[in-house]
Design a protein around this ligand. Structure first.
Ligand code: NAD
Length: 424
């Protein structure tokens, strides 16, 4: 057998390295399906594209873009698109792989995919952002489509960017292909409830986990890293349940208020100032001190590899809810487990977004749209049901929720693999 992926050099804490270790840990629970496990250690397809655009000042700039389809045994690829200066092929591979696991864990009829462009979008004008998005969509157009691979928003991408992607794909194919992306504006076949769905899933799984460990959400102290789409939506729901959001951190700074922030003031501040930094209703914290804050629940909702082993030793929380993908490195995961801190892993905790993306895709195909109440009721039911199966699996084998989620998901993916058989 060839050495897999000679162009990637994962380390223990890099996203792909973290993912590979998570897969290795599940092998003892896969029974006869273990013979297929190598399938999960290589992406099915990885596309690197050059994205040249004309800048407003007449220069021609080139950006590197990616779309990785990790596994499509159970359905078309599904996963977001990230714009960030640190995006690499290796990161996108890991994010695509986590999408395979997540989609199978909540039993959506999708494989896993992810995309990204190595760019700081904050340095682009709106017109440059549009040109870059359209060229990227054209370049990956050879592998995406409503039945092939369906992108969605991720870090620094939003409904407007999804609208440009949908329009570009539609122009190139001579169709009005609303089902090619999810997370679109409502007028273009977007779904009610999609924008806040990931945060809602974090809250719903968090509420279940808190109940099981006897933690009352009323009065619970919550710290949130990343106050973007996922972090702020989750914070709002915890606040509505009576919890106090005592600390927040994003790329603009870290803030603390032992009595809890007033979100009615913080949310507009973030909108106007681009982040939590400088918020007058709180005291500023040094970046590293954020991880020492006295809290009951920690929600990492920014980027990968934020909970390192050093931070895991110091964390005060009883419960970690992984809103972000891959926020905890494996050594830190083990420390948290030894310290009795319960971690609800990304691959179930943040699955609310892709679940409502699935609802959006179904609504686009049937051209029949549901109410926000219908969306939220169905979302809660799917998340609670999926978490229960994972918890039962964890109890049965005495394993962490992460390994249990991988066990449930990998069994579904590899059963599909086995039933389909190898082509040719
Ligand atoms: P976003 O762009 O809306 O927000 C990202 C947040 O992270 C911002 O508040 C930003 O300031 C913060 N951030 C960036 N760099 C940081 C740093 N170095 N330190 C601290 N904070 C930093 O993105 P999002 O959609 O909320 O995604 C956040 C995470 O959730 C990502 O890991 C993403 O993959 C994951 N996720 C998103 C969705 C979704 O539906 N949007 C679904 C599942 C998982």
């Amino acid at each position: 057998m060839n050495e897999p992926l000679s162009f990637v050099h994962p380390t223990a804490d890099s996203p792909w390295g973290t993912y590979l270790m998570q897969v290795d840990r599940v092998v003892p629970y896969l029974g006869h399906l273990a013979r297929w496990v190598e399938t999960l250690k290589r992406p099915k397809r990885a596309l690197i594209v050059d994205v040249p655009i004309e800048m407003d000042d007449g220069r021609v700039a080139h950006f590197e873009g990616y779309r990785v389809q990790h596994n499509m045994s159970r359905g078309p690829g599904k996963g977001g698109v990230r714009y960030h200066p640190d995006v690499t092929l290796e990161e996108v591979m890991a994010l695509a792989a986590w999408m395979s696991i997540k989609n199978a864990a909540v039993n959506l009829p999708y494989g896993g995919a992810k995309g990204g462009i190595r760019v700081d979008p904050k340095g682009l004008s709106n017109k440059e952002l549009e040109r870059m998005t359209r060229r990227y969509t054209s370049e990956i157009g050879i592998i995406i489509g409503p039945q092939q691979d369906i992108p969605a928003p991720d870090v620094n991408t939003n409904p407007q960017i999804m609208a440009w992607m949908m329009d570009t794909y539609s122009m190139n194919t001579g169709t009005t292909a609303t089902g090619v992306v999810t997370g679109k504006p409502i007028h273009l076949g977007g779904s009610l409830g999609r924008v806040k769905a990931t945060g809602r899933g974090v809250f719903v799984t968090g509420r279940e986990a808190a109940r099981r460990i006897g933690l009352d959400l009323d009065g619970a102290r919550v710290a949130v890293q990343g106050f973007g789409n996922v972090g702020s939506s989750a914070a709002e729901l915890f606040a509505q349940a009576g919890s106090k959001i005592v600390a927040a951190q994003d790329h603009t700074g870290s803030i603390f208020n032992a009595g809890g922030f007033d979100l009615a003031d913080l949310m507009p501040w973030v909108k106007t100032h681009g982040g939590v930094g400088g918020f007058p209703g709180a005291e500023a914290l040094a970046t590293e001190d954020f991880w020492d804050v006295a809290c009951d629940i920690m929600i990492p909702a920014a980027l990968e590899a934020q909970i390192t082993s050093a931070r895991a030793m110091r964390l005060k929380a009883r419960l970690v809810l992984e809103g972000a993908n891959g926020p905890t490195v494996t050594s830190a995961d083990d420390i948290l487990s030894e310290r009795g801190v319960l971690v609800v892993p990304d691959v179930i905790c943040n699955a609310g977004g892709v679940t409502v993306s699935y609802f959006e895709w179904v609504q686009d195909f049937s051209s029949f749209f549901w109410t926000e109440d219908e969306i939220n009721v169905r979302l809660d039911k799917i998340m609670i049901g999926a978490l229960k199966k994972i918890w039962d699996t964890a109890d049965k084998h005495r394993i962490t929720l992460r390994t249990a989620t991988f066990a449930v998901a990998c069994e579904r993916i590899l059963t599909a693999r086995e039933e389909r058989g190898l082509y040719p």
